[in-house]
Design a binder for this molecule. Structure first.
Ligand SMILES: [Zn+2]
Length: 161
């Protein structure tokens, strides 16, 4: 009976859900600030009376989020980091606080030169992502969900195939 109990305990420790996250409270604070910013940004579009104060409140939360992640050396997910304007700290939501367009400034109009442009509607800051060169490109943070790397295979070998 005692042995069976020990084996079940070791199995539960190996499960990925019970993985320890270092500095968990920092990530909880970052998550809370991001949710608050999202709430006030989306909520500010509904009512026009207090929209400007809500917008500035949301920007304040985003600024705190940025400062906290830098001060505690907690790395934000690239998807979260790209959804915040680096210049004015507005939460970038497509169609609401950000415009998206596909740009091709080359003379030949080759689809390889396509650039994905995200423009912040508050300050006009643009982020450009060249997407034409490799249409099958998957961002680094999404690769883990799609295919798990084999144990003997290095990162470069997978990309060359
Ligand atoms: Zn901006």
């Amino acid at each position: 009976m005692g042995k069976k109990d020990k084996t079940t305990k070791t199995n539960s420790k190996n499960a990925p859900t019970s993985k320890q996250i270092p500095n968990r409270d920092n990530f909880a604070r970052l998550n809370y600030l991001y949710q608050l910013s999202n709430h006030f940004t989306v909520g500010s579009s509904c009512s026009s009376s207090c929209s400007s104060s809500n917008q500035s409140l949301a920007r304040g939360y985003d600024r705190n989020l940025d400062l906290l992640s830098k001060r505690t050396l907690s790395k934000l997910s690239p998807s979260v980091k790209r959804s915040i304007c680096k210049k004015c700290h507005v939460l970038l939501i497509p169609g609401m606080t950000m415009s998206i367009r596909l740009e091709n400034l080359s003379k030949s109009q080759d689809p390889k030169n396509d650039v994905f442009v995200n423009k912040c509607l508050n300050c006009g800051e643009c982020k450009r992502f060249p997407i034409g060169a490799d249409r099958e490109y998957i961002p680094f943070y999404e690769r883990g969900y799609i295919d798990e790397p084999k144990s003997g295979e290095s990162f470069d070998e997978r990309n060359n195939i």
